[in-house]
Design a protein around this ligand. Sequence first.
Ligand code: NAP
Ligand code: MG
Length: 401
Amino acid sequence: MAKIQMTTPLVEMDGDEMTRVLWQIIKDELILPFVDLKTEYYDLGLKKRDETDDEITRQSAEATKKYGVAVKCATITPNAARVEEYSLKRMYPSPNGTIRAILDGTVFRAPILVKGIEPCVKNWKKPITIARHAYGDVYKASEMKIPGAGKVELVYTAADGHTESVLVHEFDGPGIVQGQHNLNGSIESFARSCFEYALGEKQDLWFATKDTISKQYDHSFKDIFQEIFDEEYKDKFDAAGIEYFYTLIDDAVARVMKSEGGFIWACKNYDGDVMSDMLSSAFGSLAMMTSVLVSPQGYFEYEAAHGTVQRHYYKHLKGEETSTNSVATIFAWSGAFRKRAQLDNLPELEKYADELERATIATIESGKMTGDLARITTMPNPTVLNSRDFILAIRDNMKIS
Ligand code: NAP
Ligand code: MG
């Protein structure tokens, strides 16, 4: 069989631990037999990041700007324990944070629905897509421990030298302080990518912040969304028969629980981080969710939303069997291939991406799955496969002529 050809390389960002193990098996068993794979490879594994002083992470983001489409494996965000475990030169920032700061944009996360894995919220009938702002707020914050009594102020020094300040707090003992920022330009592109995505999917768009408490910061998000909607999107939404709806985050959370799904929920950076984990778990598993960063310039980075599954990796290192779910990582690859195929006009590659996803879902629906899904499936007597055998079962289901 002739392999499917590519014209432009994907930016391949390899990662850590169990997901790095899955990454290689997916390539060997599900990709290389079918596709004449072209990638520009960046090893974002922690060891390589340490060797390069994290330069490799920045280079991979720059390469994404050059080629347009990247696929990323989960990576360790070092904490104190990891600095010791890997004898790191320093505690590097989150690679996702670094990449998102360079590319800007919005992360769209949608659950992957399969028959036999029912959402625990019983009225959810359709997927809920989270649109997570990928720039700023607590992910780009400056923080300080305040050792004792004293005054903390926010000071803005304008380009012409004049200053404005506001009191944060008059401390009479030790405490903590944090300064966050965002950029109107980034919020505007966040808004536009959400409106565009909603139009593309023909689904309602919800947006929520804590504007009643945060009267300058969160309120600016609300105002910017509303202005752009009124000026650029209201007519298009009317024509498509869909709605834009803003509410307070508390109200949104309550409504989401009672909804039947089928809409896009735009979230500020932190809300999107937390809520996407809640949604994916409630829809089944952290590993049953797609995730793609869409930059305002039209760059795409596909990834799995879960971590490196450290606990399974340590079992793997001890030679014990693991049953780690590779679906989100497979869908990161299929999403990246589909986008590359669309940009380069490669119908064979697009068909392959569709088939990879179909075969993955069909494998689970036939009763063959990893342990995380077997624990929650409504199917009687599921077959629990180990990490490798699950991927091999998908390969057996692939129909590529
Ligand atoms: P995690 O890797 O997401 O795993 C947490 C737990 O969720 C696992 O122990 C496992 O539960 C379950 N789980 C997650 N993914 C699974 C999968 N594919 N198949 C089966 N079960 C799965 O989170 P973590 O252990 O908190 O973080 C580990 C490392 O990942 C950290 O160093 C963190 O910095 C990094 N991280 C990276 C990303 C990213 O790059 N996108 C995101 C989050 C975290 P059981 O143990 O009960 O089986
Ligand atoms: Mg998270």
